[in-house]
Design a protein around this ligand. Sequence first.
Ligand SMILES: [Fe+2]
Ligand SMILES: [Fe+2]
Length: 264
Amino acid sequence: MQTFRVTDDVYAIAGAEPVPGKGFLPVRAYVVLDRQPVLIDMGVVRRAPAFLEALEGILDPADLAWMILTHPDLDHAGALPTLLDRAPKARLVLNFISTGKLSASLVPPLPRITWVNAGESLAAGDRVYHFLRPPMYDCPSTVMVFDGRSRALFSSDAFGAFVPQDAPFLAEDAAEAAHEGMSDFCRANSPWLADVGPESYARSLRAVTDLEPAWLLSGHLPAVPGAGVRRLVERASLFPVEGRPHLPGQQALDAALAAMGRAA
Ligand SMILES: [Fe+2]
Ligand SMILES: [Fe+2]
């Protein structure tokens, strides 16, 4: 796991999970350094110790004021149980549905929770974070978060992609492969896209470009500068007509096991 700086005040905590036959799925959480420091998502459960070490390289978790959970999947809430102890001043920001889903694995610390729904905002120190429903998601409580000061859009699962190689930033010559990997990941992660009305989907994508983000910071993609957002969104506009992706079956699993020299 590594950390890198996206802007003066926004840092990424970056990992990449190998996915057989697909390459890698980047996994990102972000830290906004400010008078009231904010952590957005908390990594993969299995890698929680490495995540905490990486976070400590950016700031003392005890200084965190807010921890925003975009949705309670195991690749976003990984270090949360530990951070509730290690970041005692931080309020946990999520919504009603995320709180309910989280309660399957831990007792929600209700006095430390702030509920913010899509369409609402959070004032945190010198900045305002706008919470919006993303154009793609695999959990009904998912929000994307737009920081009005850095103009970074933290899009959670939306615009995530399988990539041949992970990197901090999405380079021009890697964009095309990432766009195809985005189609693969997002249509699998949001299979309902095949059923969505074209006008409402177009509207949800327009909501992204209308923000004119300086950075698109997905939970599963190298950082995309503002100049690359329109092309990314244009590629994403094709998902409903591309339909549901073909998922690997048992034969593919047998082949992968054989390649590793292990019988099924
Ligand atoms: Fe998810
Ligand atoms: Fe995710």
